[in-house]
Design a protein around this ligand. Structure first.
Ligand code: ADP
Ligand code: ZN
Ligand code: ZN
Length: 754
């Protein structure tokens, strides 16, 4: 019988991830040693043994066979946290595909060797007169660089203690010039430690002056409705322990319930992980947690350095922190005994990683919770179709909260039919109704938010007479307008010339749909010259604190209108906002994804919820060319059930997830033809090895953006009813790609149900 060998890592640290040791798998352990298995092995000289983890298995010895020692035994019992995270990485690799190393890097908190964070600053120690004299002297001697340096130091507008590196750059001098000034006794250079400030989002002083503060004391007594949900969840924990989902409109008290549940878990001596989509937009929530749980809360956010992250992870490992709040990567917090994983705004796309392994944090949370016997709670005002489907099937326990705390009413909603605007000769992006409402808000000194629910770049064609978007006859997703002039289905590759008349109503008014925030901003400026307008989108928030600056300006009512992409509808409450305008609901409806209607419903509900959070009742105006679309109608009346029943019927009809499973195999390569050949071979391979004829293979087709930085991009879809079968096909495809030389230099990723 052929020998098998295991690659084992001992001592999990950053460096050891790349360094494995090979051991022979004795015959009696063959059945039980897998990737992720914890094993005891001889190590070093003599009789020393250590614990390690298997991260790979192969039949090829890497060193002389006789020198490879056998694995002694399998470690039983509860593994240390690193071991459990490592097993989670193995699961992620199997489910989502990627290399073992990448999966480990994603999951294990790694310490990077960090340069000490210090900075030097320059301090002038001579008086101005002395500097003047030195300047004069350098000029006479023709020391140009020194002269420049002294001029900068004398500049009254300059900083008092400039950063050394920045000074050298702006003054255009080298460090030898600074040394010379130091020798002359004119300046001193001081080194100081740069203090990491991961929580700069939470500074109290700042909050006090920026008007974004959270009420000092928060009531904790749950209402009867909230209590019922909390007790239902606790009962589930003591019973089947199914994952729980709270479907509760914004302001219904979900966060308060979360805090109660966390309190329960802490009392049992366990820890809690709280995932939120984006900290910079939800620091109000973070603040509330800090107020309730104090220093037991650790915070992670996407702009932290690796070192800062590691510090927070260490606080978790040592038990100093008991609750961690952060984006999806916080899921891998190395708590000794995780009791609860809570995912707020469960429907948000940011819970899916776009980098390999393209994991879904919700699915991965379920797996981690299973491994650690923890509880899982999801919360959302607009649950993903997937999550609600599982509630309906009884896989999850679903709970509903349908009133706002304190009886605050929902804003009224007005749907504006943009087809009629066009008939009345208004070609602008602002309808006459919205114009009137904006004027009124300006007069009454109330604030307005205008929102473009735009995501991605796909252009599509729609009819301005009937509102219909031109769709694929096979897939019911909108066709994407490619720059070669064709309309292409992004799922199946169906291609056609742009139509000249609408296939639904025969109207010739067909055109591409594009609106940008900048265009809206300039149009507003010309219509309302006196209004103070702020714009928030990817372009205006590149800097670290830009988000905050814009939000603060708006919160302090130093602006009248905030225009932005979907980022403005998340997170913050602005009590003076009484009008929300959705400029073109069609933008997200036209997305080339089977989730387009779902995203539209979620974005609209969120947007509508922004109006009238204070004492004045609010109004939301939704502009659209498809006023009868079910996701728009349901959003206007905040009727999730109505939306869900239409949506799930469509998914069932076309076998989209969550009814069936869908795998996207994405590949990119500088050689477009080779990429295509490789994909065709892969499709043939999958066709041959699928277990059932009903497994559908779609594509390959060019991605919406068909080329990035000279890399051609294509995608192949696999649809299949059974989850295990689609994971099996994915693993086979991955193996096939690995061993086939035709696939070299092609970069592949896999996405499940994205
Ligand atoms: P959600 O997370 O569902 O949006 P929150 O928990 O943020 O809801 O509650 C909305 C607001 O109502 C918060 O300011 C919260 O303090 C307040 N609130 C909710 N429930 C209660 C309660 N039972 N007692 C006091 N205040 C409450
Ligand atoms: Zn039409
Ligand atoms: Zn199609």
């Amino acid at each position: 019988m052929q020998e098998l060998y295991a690659d084992v890592i001992v001592n999990i640290t950053q460096e050891s991830l790349d360094k494995t040791f090979q051991y022979r798998i004795p015959e009696k352990l063959r059945e039980s040693v897998r990737e992720g298995t914890a094993v005891r092995i001889p190590f070093g000289r003599g009789t020393r043994t250590v614990d390690g983890y298997v991260v790979g298995i192969s039949a090829a010895p890497k060193i002389e066979e006789s020198r490879i020692r056998p694995i002694l035994e399998i470690q039983e019992g509860r593994l240390p946290i690193e071991g459990r995270l490592l097993q989670l990485a193995v699961w992620m690799k199997k489910t989502y595909g990627s290399t073992m190393n990448r999966a480990l890097q994603t999951v294990l908190p790694v310490k990077e060797k960090e340069k000490a964070s210090t900075a030097d600053s320059i301090r002038v120690i001579a008086d101005r007169e002395t500097l003047q004299r030195a300047l004069e002297e350098s000029r006479q001697k023709g020391h140009k660089a020194k002269e420049r340096a002294l001029r900068s130091l004398l500049d009254p507008g300059g900083e008092s203690c400039p950063d050394r590196l920045r000074f050298m750059k702006t003054a255009g001098v080298t460090s030898s010039v600074l040394q010379s000034l130091q020798k002359d006794g004119l300046i001193s250079v001081e080194t100081h430690r740069v203090i990491r400030n991961p929580e700069d989002l939470l500074e109290d002083a700042d909050e006090a002056e920026n008007g974004l503060s959270v009420p000092e004391q928060e009531g904790r007594e749950l209402t009867p409705g909230q209590k019922k949900v909390r007790d239902g969840i606790l009962a589930e924990w003591n019973g089947q322990n199914r994952p729980c989902l709270i479907r509760g409109i914004t302001g219904s008290g979900k966060t308060l319930i979360y805090m109660d549940l966390i309190g329960e878990v802490l009392r049992e001596g366990r820890q809690a992980i709280v995932l939120i989509p984006e900290i910079s937009l939800s620091w109000q929530t973070v603040r509330r947690f800090r107020r309730r749980f104090g220093d037991a809360v650790a915070v992670l956010h996407s702009r932290m350095s690796k070192g800062e992250r590691f510090d927070q992870m260490e606080r978790a490992r040592t038990g100093e922190a008991k609750i961690v709040i952060g984006p999806r990567s916080a899921l891998f917090t190395p708590f000794p005994d995780t009791g609860l994983i809570l995912i707020d705004e469960e429907h948000e796309p940011s819970y899916r990683s776009e980098k390999a392994p393209c994991y879904d944090a919700r699915e991965t949370a379920l797996e981690r919770a299973r491994m650690e016997q923890a509880h899982v709670v999801f919360g959302s005002a607009t649950p993903s179709v997937d999550a609600w489907y599982r509630c309906r099937k009884g896989e999850f326990a679903g709970f509903v909260l349908d009133s706002r705390y304190g009886g605050a009413g929902l804003p009224s909603v007005e749907i504006v039919d943009m087809r009629k605007e066009l008939q009345n000769g208004n070609r602008s992006v602002i309808s006459s109704r919205l114009q009137l409402e904006l004027e009124e808000r300006l007069r009454k000194k109330e604030q307005s938010m205008l929102f473009l629910n735009r995501r991605g770049v796909s252009g599509f064609l729609s009819c301005r007479s009937c509102g219909e978007v031109i769709r694929c006859p096979h897939c019911d997703v909108s066709l994407t307008l490619h720059n070669n002039g064709k309309l292409v289905c992004h799922y199946c590759g169906y291609e056609t010339d742009p139509v000249r008349v609408c296939p639904h109503c025969g109207s010739p008014f067909i055109s591409g749909f594009r609106v940008g925030t900048q265009k809206v901003e300039s149009e507003l400026k010309s219509r309302f010259p006196q209004a103070r307008i702020l714009r928030m989108d990817a372009d205006s928030t590149r800097g670290k604190n830009d988000y905050r600056k814009i939000l603060r300006t708006f919160a302090m009512h130093q602006a009248d209108i905030l225009v932005g992409t979907q980022m403005i509808v998340k997170g913050h409450d602005f009590p003076d906002v009484t009008l929300v305008g959705v400029l073109a609901a069609d933008l997200s409806l036209g997305e080339n994804s089977y989730r387009a209607a779902e995203r539209t419903y979620q974005l609209l509900v969120q947007a509508v919820g922004r109006a009238g959070r204070g004492s004045v009742p609010g109004l939301a105006v939704i502009q659209t060319y498809q006023p009868d679309h079910y996701s728009i109608r349901a959003a206007a009346s905040q009727d999730y059930d109505a939306f869900y029943s239409e949506e799930i019927a469509g998914r069932e009809f076309l076998n989209y997830p969550p009814v069936w499973q869908m795998l996207a195999v994405r590949g990119s390569c500088t050689d477009g033809q080779r990429l295509q050949r490789a994909f065709l071979a892969l499709r043939e391979f999958l066709r041959k090895y699928r277990r059932s004829e009903q497994t559908v293979l779609l594509g390959p087709t060019p991605e919406t953006v068909a080329r990035i930085k000279d890399n051609w991009r294509e995608v192949l879809y696999v649809r299949e009813p059974d989850r295990q079968e689609i994971i099996r096909l994915r693993s086979m495809a991955e193996r096939y790609i690995e061993i086939n030389s035709g696939f070299r230099d092609i970069y592949f990723t896999f996405e499940l149900n994205s």
